[in-house]
Design a protein around this ligand. Structure first.
Ligand code: IPM
Ligand code: MG
Length: 368
């Protein structure tokens, strides 16, 4: 196979800082593991807006379609709050997801042992937690038509449309069942079939795909509001959670916080296989651009490094190297290394973004 190509889009806020640490890890693999990557870089979000007046240039879109994997840092910031909706930084990310047809968003929420005490929930509720949220990413209320703000009589009305076709539900359900096969064989699907027709269809199609092709998987259905409650009450009852775009957005932030810090969680957004067999793919941390700490070297690079580990696993068939990176992070955290976001009420001294990257690279070297 040709050298794997990666397009890095650091984006805004802490994006460039955390991405610099990913570059460090890529460099480590090239030096120590005999792997080669063809890495290029471009702009997205506010950074692209500043340079081109749009949050994603057409050339960048074309390059993203062409590479084996896109790694994205974060987009957005207060500087761009007053921009027209159509050129807001987030539109760049949404365009990438939509045009690459990245319908399957995998958001693992894993609680590292060293951080179990750090969660806002009791340690025993979250210790050992390892769940995977499979969020539909290219449809639903994020993209449904009609949408807009319209005049109606003497006032305006804001409209968004929740819309799912059977085939959209079918393919995301399959993605969840396939993943469940490699995990504990359990899927809980969440919607609001009690109030929404799209939820009724979601439940029906999910069950149908299950009965036809994945009968060995244990499938349950739950209303999404109950799901949110169960996530904080007893999260370990779940393994794979399958849900739509908007509920997935909310539930994954909730699940993320169970693990102690948003700064720890990676994600993969996958589409259909390309000609070379690799899926269309974009990897990004779940956290945002954190403008309040941008440029200060305080950001936690772990979520972004773990996102690259997901790229190794899902795009480059390098599961062993992905596990090596995850293990190195586990080791570094166990040794007490902490960026500021991981310091609890007891305080302690925080290491910088690049010190954390160095520590992970050193743990990788120790693992050889
Ligand atoms: C996420 C984010 C995005 C979303 C925003 C930045 C558009 O919250 O990836 O979870 O709502 O999908
Ligand atoms: Mg979100």
């Amino acid at each position: 196979m040709s050298t794997p190509s990666i397009l890095i889009l650091p984006g805004d806020g802490i994006g460039p800082e955390v991405m610099a640490e990913v570059r460090k890890i890529i460099g480590w693999l090239e030096t120590n593991r005999d792997l080669k990557f063809d890495v290029s870089e471009d702009l997205v979000g506010g950074a692209a807006y500043d340079a081109h007046g749009v949050p994603l240039h057409d050339d960048t879109m074309a390059r993203a379609q062409d590479v084996d994997a896109v790694l994205l840092g974060a987009v957005g910031g207060p500087k761009y709050d007053d921009l027209d909706f159509s050129v807001k930084p987030e539109r760049g990310l949404l365009r990438l997801r939509k045009e690459m047809d990245l319908f399957a968003n995998l958001r693992p929420a894993q609680c590292f042992d060293a951080l179990a005490d750090f969660s806002s929930l009791k340690t025993e509720i979250v210790a050992g937690l390892d769940i995977m949220i499979v969020r539909e990413l290219t449809s639903g209320v994020y993209f449904g038509e009609p949408r807009g703000i319209f005049e109606e009589g003497n006032e305006r009305v804001g409209i968004n449309t929740q819309r799912y076709t059977e085939s959209e539900i079918d393919r995301i359900a399959r993605a969840a069942f396939e993943l469940a096969r490699k995990r504990s064989g359990k899927v809980c699907s969440m919607e609001k079939a009690n109030v929404m027709e799209s939820g009724i269809l979601w439940r029906e199609v999910t069950q149908r795909v299950h009965d036809a092709d994945y009968p060995e998987i244990e499938l349950s259905h739950m209303y999404a509001d109950n799901g949110a409650m169960q996530l904080v009450r007893a999260p370990k009852q779940f393994d794979v959670i399958l849900t739509d775009n908007l509920f997935g957005d909310i539930l994954s932030d909730c699940a993320a916080m169970l693990t102690g810090s948003l700064g720890m969680l990676p994600s993969a957004s996958l589409g259909a296989p390309m000609a070379n067999g690799r899926p269309k793919a974009l990897y990004e941390p779940v956290h945002g651009s954190a403008p309040d700490i941008a440029g200060e070297g305080k950001a936690n690079p772990i979520a972004c490094i773990l996102s690259f580990a997901m790229a190794l696993r899902y795009s480059f068939d390098q599961g062993e190297e992905a596990s090596r990176i995850e293990q190195a992070i586990e080791t570094v955290l166990a040794s007490g290394a902490r960026t500021g976001d991981l310091l609890g009420a007891e305080g302690g001294s925080a290491m910088s973004t690049s010190e954390m990257g160095d520590a992970i690279a050193a743990a990788l070297t120790d693992s050889l």
